[in-house]
Design a binder for this molecule. Structure first.
Ligand code: C2G
Length: 131
C-alpha cells in the first residue's frame, strides 16, 4: 500500500524553511502531494499580493525531488475535500497551525512539525527591500 502525505502552503519567495518542511513531510510516506495557495486565497489570508504568482509557485514546488504532485489550494476550508480527493493518509502542517486541523483525525493522521527558526517570507521581503 502506498502511503500518501499531503501538506499545504503559499511557498512565496521559496526559502530553506519551505524546503525543510517539504522534505520532512515526504519522510512520513511514499508519495507527497502539496496544495499551493491560490493568489486569491493569499490575498485574504495575508492581506498582500504574493511576490510570485500561483503558476510560478506551483512550478517551483512541483519541481522539487520530494514532491510527487501539486495542486492549487482554493480555500482553507476545503482540507477534508482535498484529503479525500488525493487519498491522503497523513496531513502535515507547520506548528504555526498546531491544533487547527485536529478535527480531520477521523480521516487521516495529522502531524504538526516545528518551523525552521529565523526565516520567513515576510523577513526576506523586508531584507530585500531595505537593501
Ligand atoms: N515553514 C516552516 N519554517 C519557516 C517558514 C515556513 O516550516 N521558517 C512552513 C510553514 O509552517 C508551512 C509551510 O512552510 O507549513 C508553508 O509556509 P507558508 O507559505 O507561510 O504557508 P501558509 O501561508 O501558512 O499556508 O492551508 C494552509 C495554508 O495554505 C498554509
Amino acid at each position: 500500500m502506498v502511503r500518501t502525505v499531503i501538506t499545504f502552503g503559499t511557498f512565496d519567495v521559496f526559502h530553506v524553511g519551505h524546503l525543510r518542511i517539504i522534505e520532512r513531510a515526504a519522510s512520513y510516506g511514499d508519495r507527497l502531494v502539496v496544495g499551493v495557495s491560490a493568489d486569491a486565497l493569499n490575498r485574504v489570508k495575508k492581506n498582500r499580493e504574493p511576490v510570485f504568482t500561483e503558476g510560478e509557485r506551483l512550478a517551483i514546488v512541483g519541481a522539487l525531488k520530494a514532491v510527487d504532485e501539486v495542486f492549487v489550494e482554493e480555500s482553507l476550508e476545503l482540507k477534508r475535500h482535498y484529503i479525500e480527493k488525493y487519498s491522503a493518509d497523513v496531513l502535515v502542517m507547520g506548528d504555526d497551525w498546531a491544533g487547527r486541523f485536529d478535527e480531520l483525525t477521523d480521516i487521516c493522521e495529522v502531524v504538526y512539525l516545528p518551523r525552521t527558526p529565523a526565516i520567513s517570507t515576510t523577513a526576506l521581503i523586508e531584507k530585500i527591500s531595505n537593501g
